[in-house]
Design a protein around this ligand. Structure first.
Ligand code: RUQ
Ligand code: CUA
Length: 677
């Protein structure tokens, strides 16, 4: 029975628990510098555990994940926020939520999407069509890398609902760019940074209408959709060029490769020996269209007919040469290599992969690629060396309908491990093991890779399995997508937390479960409910490499990182300028006052206010909001922000600071007075 102190359990586990508790007691003795009796401390801890109904195992787990008040975590999880459209930052091992970074969805605390010029600039190119999109389904984060390891510079994340990608600057944890990628309608897990962050890759998910092709055009009939799907839809693999100073994605320097209309899913970057390659999974190679009401099979039936789908093996370094040779079309503002050219130039090959795969994950050595079909109990591991050799030898089992050569399955496979039902996604540790999430079985399987990690009977073995709660989607290990995984911890990203937490209504929180990888067997340490959306993927990075600045140099525009032309250096320069039809204000912000604090404007004026937070200490963020206006900005120490609005209602409006900044925070208030002519 969970949560009940089992006496016999206590006895049998006694030795282990005593070691854990004595360890803690010794820590207290050391930290306090007092001679205390470890036995007493131990006795106290035992009675606390007993009083709270905590088992010896749970007590040991608590010690492993507890970070004392004031203590810091070893790792940060950057997790997608799902429907919230944001990124969640969680400490490991404490599993404390440290930050929510506003990305696709407006967020008032950070002043994101409510009038600040930096968020307006970040979101300027973010809408795919006529309508401004105010939400996103953030799915797959990708941290920037240097030499194949996370470098703490930038974070990229896609919006599943649209073909959008955002860049978060880890210098200040702010979103600096959100773009809609040309030709994509949706995107999914096809996002990764190359090991040097030369490019960030994003692919389409559901194929998009080939609307740039004059033969297809922008419109479609139901009949064309159902009968010509394979001709008029296409997928896209996009290599977004990254500016190495700012992390920004430069679409004009980027390129795209047209793909068949399979549903491209997760992707990963080649590294080490496979550097220069990209690997993208796909499903629905059947190209099922749905349309039950038109006498067609349901999509889930039609898309599960074949025993194999395709892994796309893309040589992007060779694609760069094709681009350099001018062998591309300019389509909707991006250079596109057509599928025909890609095939003719040998940029793309397919490898069959078992039924409806989800993840493709490149092992730390860059040679092994693990895929798993959701409807097959195995993980299948390809050798990149084997794939290359097969391509060299033209060891193909034919081509697909678009002329892409298909590498013979057996020629590519290095090993297979039966792991259990519904394998989805794999991460690695520092000892040559893979960890695969099992959606149907709701478990994590640990298994061993082959040479050079393990040989003989040790290779390709299921090593351990741990039940998690409830349906697991993805999982993440420390630096698990890099060439230098750290081991130690794994986090299972579970879906609905059935029966796991106090009932808070029918919409169930998700559940992050922290797993200890240091022992013989995996051990579940901690449950963290996530009540803000459904995270899909996460990366775990050592806090050593994340060093954001906390105070901006005076007058900095967060967007450019440069001193703003509108910055105010000292209180004296704060001023109001009236011109016909407009009022421009330079305002200083310091605890606990705005200067000027009474702002007279004329009815109908276009009002521009440049706010400079002239503080240079760490705890000095101020806010600014005006009643009746959709304006809420947050101004960090040293920052300059500009807001604009129309004074369309006569009267007086009390603006105020929204951050509890000082003892006289409530007095940090002023007046906007809109005078009628
Ligand atoms: S996903 S689990 Cu983007 Cu695999 Cu949802
Ligand atoms: Cu500034 Cu409250």
């Amino acid at each position: 029975m969970i949560g009940f102190l089992d006496r016999s359990g206590l006895l049998s586990n006694r030795g282990r628990v005593i070691i854990a508790l004595v360890g803690l007691g010794a820590l207290f003795v050391f930290a306090g510098g007092v001679i205390a009796c470890a036995e007493n401390a131990q006795g106290d801890l035992m009675s606390i555990a007993a009083a709270r109904g905590i088992s010896p195992d749970d007590a040991a787990r608590a010690l492993k994940s507890f970070v004392p008040p004031g203590g810091k975590d070893d790792y940060l999880i950057f997790a997608s926020g799902g429907h919230s459209g944001q990124v969640l930052v969680v400490g490991v091992p404490s599993m404390r939520l440290l930050r929510v970074i506003a990305v696709f969805t407006p967020e008032p605390w950070q002043g994101y999407g409510y009038g600040s010029d930096w968020s307006a600039q970040a979101l300027a190119d973010s809408s795919p069509g006529k309508e401004e999109i105010r939400w996103g389904d953030s799915h797959h984060p990708a941290l920037s890398e240097t030499d194949g390891d996370y470098d703490g510079r930038w974070l990229y994340i896609n919006d599943r609902a649209h073909g959008r990608i955002a860049m978060v600057d880890l210098k200040d944890f702010r979103t600096k760019q959100v773009i809609h990628v040309p030709n994509l309608q949706t995107s999914h897990g096809g996002i990764f940074a190359t090991p040097d962050t030369k490019y960030v890759h994003i692919s389409s998910m559901v194929p998009a209408l080939k609307r740039w092709d004059a033969k297809v055009g922008a419109s479609v009939t139901v009949d064309e959709h159902l009968n010509n799907y394979g001709d008029i839809y296409r997928g896209y693999s996009t290599f977004l060029k990254i500016d190495q100073d700012t992390g920004r994605m430069a679409v004009e320097d980027s390129f795209q490769i047209e793909l068949p209309p399979y549903t491209q899913d997760l992707a990963d970057a080649g590294k080490g020996p496979s550097y220069g390659y990209a690997f993208i999974n796909s499903y629905n190679s059947e190209r099922a269209t749905g349309g039950v009401n038109f006498g067609r099979q349901p999509l889930e039936v039609g898309a599960s007919e074949y025993d194999f789908d395709y892994l796309h093996v893309i040589n992007w370094q060779k694609a760069e040469e094709v681009i350099a040779a001018g062998n591309y079309e300019e389509v909707n503002g991006i250079r596109l290599i057509t599928l025909e050219t890609a095939v003719a130039e040998g940029l793309i090959h397919l490898v069959p992969e078992p039924k409806s795969p989800h993840g493709v994950d490149v092992a730390p050595n860059g040679n092994y690629l693990t895929v798993s079909g959701k409807l097959d109990p195995h993980v299948t591991v390809y050798g990149f060396d084997k794939i290359l050799a097969a391509i060299e030898a033209e060891d193909f089992e034919g081509t697909d309908d678009y002329g892409i050569p298909i590498v013979r399955f057996d020629a590519a496979v290095a090993g297979q491990v039966e792991v259990g039902a519904g394998p989805l996604h794999t991460q690695y540790d520092n000892e040559g093991n893979g960890y695969t999430s099992l959606f149907l079985e709701t478990a994590v399987a640990k298994w061993s890779l082959g040479e050079p990690y393990h040989s003989g009977d040790e290779a390709w073995q299921l090593v351990d399995k741990l039940g998690v709660h409830y349906n697991i989607g993805h999982l993440a290990t420390a630096h698990g997508d890099t060439m230098n995984p750290r081991g130690g911890y794994l986090v299972a990203l579970n879906k609905w937390s059935l029966d796991r937490f106090t009932n808070v209504g029918p919409l169930l929180p998700q559940n992050f479960q922290l797993v200890d990888l240091t022992g013989e067997t995996m051990d579940l340490l901690y449950d963290m409910p996530i009540g803000v959306g459904e995270p899909h993927y996460a990366q775990i990075v050592s806090t050593d490499v994340i060093n954001p600045e906390q105070v901006y140099p005076l007058g900095t525009s967060a967007m450019t990182g440069e001193i703003s032309a509108q910055a105010i250096e000292g209180g004296e320069q704060s001023r109001i300028e009236h011109r016909p039809g407009e009022t421009e204000v330079w305002m200083t912000v310091i605890r606990s006052q705005y200067a000027p604090d009474v702002v007279p404007v004329k009815l109908g004026d276009k009002v521009t206010i440049h706010l400079t937070n002239i503080e240079q200490t760490l705890d000095a963020t101020h806010g600014f909001s005006i009643p009746g206006k959709d304006i809420m900005v947050s101004i960090d120490a040293g920052e300059t922000i500009t807001i604009e609005f129309e004074a369309d209602t006569p009267g007086s409006f009390s603006f105020y600071c929204t951050e509890f900044c000082s003892a006289l925070h409530l007095e940090m208030q002023g007046w906007l007075i809109v005078e009628e002519e």
